[in-house]
Design a protein around this ligand. Structure first.
Ligand SMILES: Nc1ncnc2c1ncn2[C@@H]1O[C@H](COP(=O)(O)OP(=O)(O)OP(=O)(O)O)[C@@H](O)[C@H]1O
Length: 311
């Protein structure tokens, strides 16, 4: 058994128009972690979140919140979960206080001014409590959305692209805030397009592509699992094309013929490097420098997205 607070099993969604947004996703979310779901536009991230939060109905599979089926035990699941949606959904003329306080009532929680005050202070919104939503900056509005999602005291928080279209400074601010929430014991699942965000924030990263979870792990684990190394061989003299004698290594030519690049799996028993170097000798290809490079999370993500385009 794992320590999953949310267990997603074989989750499927086919929309009425025939789009298969999720094709059987299995995912365990661990208590107290920050999990980032990365994926290109239309990968299925929002659909996944919306199903777990009860906004979209699944066409297959189930979600267990603390071991209980989320539909059979819907009220309890919904109380445990907070959602900050992608779109800002608030009444422009409502005050910050009313927006947050009202949201608490929606979940059947009794009025608790002390709790609302605590949440507003935690999100540095206390000074703005009387302001109408329309008077707030974009960053403040996002904070209110988080306060709203926290109003009924959930311990699992879903953030759907919390920093989309937000400037770098505000983004860092948001990261700080999310870290604080985690330190207070909240489990956080966020979706993002920004690899930097996933790298910076997440304990684990999942990559969703075309409705499937194609990778999952901590950053180092993912790099070890999916990352490749590249050996760059700087030649004495440039060449115009890769000699046929090197075809079995699948090397590429870069830097206007000055550099041969060989991608290899550093975990494989045989990297093929000694044989490649011998072949270079046989072909009388002189070289003056060798360097290896480990692919980053960004390289991995880009190659996964490329695979999608090619598919
Ligand atoms: N209500 C809907 N009806 C029909 N198709 C939908 C609906 N909502 C989403 N889709 C389709 O389902 C697929 C997954 O969309 P989803 O919004 O879950 O992706 P996403 O990964 O969140 O994308 P983005 O990063 O752009 O928000 C897309 O092809 C999308 O067009």
């Amino acid at each position: 058994m794992s320590d999953a607070i949310v267990r997603i099993e074989g989750l499927r969604k086919a929309y009425a128009n025939g789009v298969e947004a999720l094709k059987g996703v299995d995912l365990d979310i661990r208590k107290g972690e920050i999990l980032a779901l990365l994926g290109p536009n239309g990968a299925g991230k929002t659909t996944l979140i919306n199903i777990v939060c009860g906004i979209v109905t699944a066409t297959g599979g189930q979600v267990l919140v603390d071991g209980k089926n989320w539909l059979q035990d819907f009220r309890s699941a919904r109380t445990r979960i907070g959602l900050v949606p992608q779109e800002l959904t608030t009444d422009a003329f409502e005050s910050v206080w009313a927006t947050v306080s009202f949201s608490r009532g929606l979940f059947g929680k009794p009025r608790d001014d002390a709790k609302v005050e605590e949440i507003l202070k935690r999100l540095t919104l206390w000074d703005k409590r009387k302001s109408e939503m329309r008077e707030l900056s974009g960053g403040m509005k996002r904070r209110v959305m988080i306060a709203k999602a926290l109003a009924h005291e959930p311990d699992i928080l879903f953030l759907d692209e919390p920093t989309a279209g937000v400037d770098v400074e505000l983004r860092r601010d948001m990261w700080e805030l999310v870290r604080k929430l985690r330190a207070d014991g909240t489990t956080i699942i966020l979706t993002t397009h920004y690899i930097e965000e996933a790298e910076e924030m997440a304990d684990r990263v999942g990559v969703i592509r075309k409705g499937e979870l194609v990778a999952l792990g901590d950053k180092k684990g993912l790099m070890a699992q999916l990352g490749q190394r590249t050996l760059k061989i700087t030649l004495d003299d440039p060449i115009s094309e890769v000699p046929s004698g090197l075809s079995e290594w699948g090397v590429a030519l870069e830097d206007e013929g000055h550099t041969l690049c060989y991608r290899f799996d550093s975990h494989a028993e045989q990297t093929g490097i000694p044989q490649l170097m011998r072949r270079l000798d046989e072909l009388h290809l002189g070289w003056k420098d060798l360097a290896t490079h480990q692919s980053s999370l960004e390289d991995i993500f880009v190659s996964l997205v490329h695979e999608e385009r090619a598919a």
